[in-house]
Design a protein around this ligand. Structure first.
Ligand code: TRP
Length: 371
């Protein structure tokens, strides 16, 4: 049994990201690449400084093109299977940062079809309603109107289908099985779906009638989709899409990533702030059995989900973050106090996000791409 599994449909075990780079054949974001990024973005984003975005394909090439005066565009997406949680926001916030730094357009795919096909219990109506709900969260991240195009696969089917079948024609069933592990039990819609997720890699090239570099920020579990996309690209006369990959944010429980299937260890953007605070107060930490023992031995931030939240999202000042770590290890900072500090920040964050999310209702149609 492998210790961990990462596929677009399942993430299990303690993920060894170094191994994953080897297994997937991607490349680590090295100091040289960070230096180049910094030239264009100013002070490196916290997600890059902390290795939360850690792996890539052809990011150096994207920068070469950019430095030669060629604009690239961004492509990312969401499978609307439920409400958005904090883990989903990480690639979106980073995409927003890239949009701002490079002045890039963004195509954002809502794969309502994917969730319908892959989830037995999901109806089309439900997927459609979460597309709308999730789009509010995307807009709340601050994307620029006029440069950000959100589309539902179901609604944008005419343009999408034309591109998807051109991709599909170049992917054999045997490749699809090797990459995605399809079996005879898969419905045939799921087998076609990878062509649908590949299609937006080439949208601006088609829509603008000019080959345009594409950069995809996404969690590393989506990488299998980009392998056939990259193989097909030159056959259709397009550039291979480049990627920048992030890690998974831990859940509030012991180990594992944040997952909507465990709502008590998962903070949704729609959670009332008080409920989110309660979840944090119940979180797994690296604390000891008693306060006394903790004062003596100190806590263990490496395994602590609360520390994980400061690290991933809620403390962007590196000095203050290492101060939390130091005080925890020395036994000075007790879990209850640390949780209360995080809960305060999360409550503030949610209140602000929810305010923007409500405002997004007025403009959501202006962001939606239609045929
Ligand atoms: N398959 C992704 C999911 O289930 C959604 C998605 C579509 C996506 N296109 C993408 C994610 C591009 C990242 C980048 O969430």
């Amino acid at each position: 049994m492998p210790k961990f599994v990462v596929t677009p449909w399942e993430v299990r075990g303690r993920v060894d990201y170094e191994k994953l780079i080897k297994q997937f054949g991607t490349r680590r974001i090295d100091p040289e690449l960070l230096r180049r990024l910094e030239e264009h973005t100013g002070k490196l984003h916290m997600f890059l400084r902390r290795g939360i975005f850690f792996s890539h394909r052809d990011l150096d090439w994207i920068l070469d093109r950019y430095e030669a005066g060629e604009r690239f565009y961004l492509y990312t997406g969401r499978g609307p299977s439920g409400h958005t949680h904090l883990g989903h926001l990480i690639p979106w916030m980073f995409t927003r940062h890239l949009q701002e730094s490079f002045g890039a357009e963004l195509y954002f795919q809502m794969t309502d079809d994917e969730k319908f096909l892959f989830r037995r219990e999901m109806s089309l109506e439900e997927a459609t309603s979460f597309t709308y709900e999730n789009a509010l969260d995307v807009i709340a991240c601050g994307f620029e109107r006029g440069k950000t195009f959100i589309f539902s696969d179901l609604d944008y089917a005419k343009t999408l289908y034309r591109m998807a079948i051109q991709v599909a024609k170049h992917i054999t069933f045997s490749t699809a099985k090797a990459v995605f592990g399809f079996t005879n039990e898969n419905n045939i819609g799921t087998i076609f779906f990878p062509a649908v997720q590949a299609a937006p890699c080439f949208f601006p090239s088609v829509l603008k009638g000019k080959n345009t570099p594409c950069l995809i920020p996404a969690a590393i579990d989506q990488d299998p989709y980009w392998r056939p996309s990259r193989d097909v690209a030159p056959k259709l006369g397009f550039y291979k899409p480049a990627q920048i990959h992030c890690k998974f944010i831990p859940g509030l429980g012991k180990g594992g990533k944040m997952s909507a299937s465990e709502p008590e260890t998962c903070i949704f953007t729609t959670d009332p702030p008080e409920l989110a605070a309660k979840k944090i107060m119940n979180a797994f930490t690296g604390g000891r059995g008693t306060v006394r023992e903790q004062r003596e031995k100190g806590g263990e931030p490496d395994v602590c989900s609360v520390y994980g939240y400061f690290y991933f999202l809620f403390e962007d000042d590196d000095g203050r973050l290492s101060e939390i770590e130091r005080r925890c290890r020395s036994g000075e900072l007790i879990c209850g106090e640390c949780k209360a500090m995080l809960a305060e920040r999360v409550k503030r964050f949610l209140a602000e996000h929810q305010r923007r999310r409500e405002k997004a209702r007025d403009v959501v149609q202006e962001f939606m791409l239609r045929d």
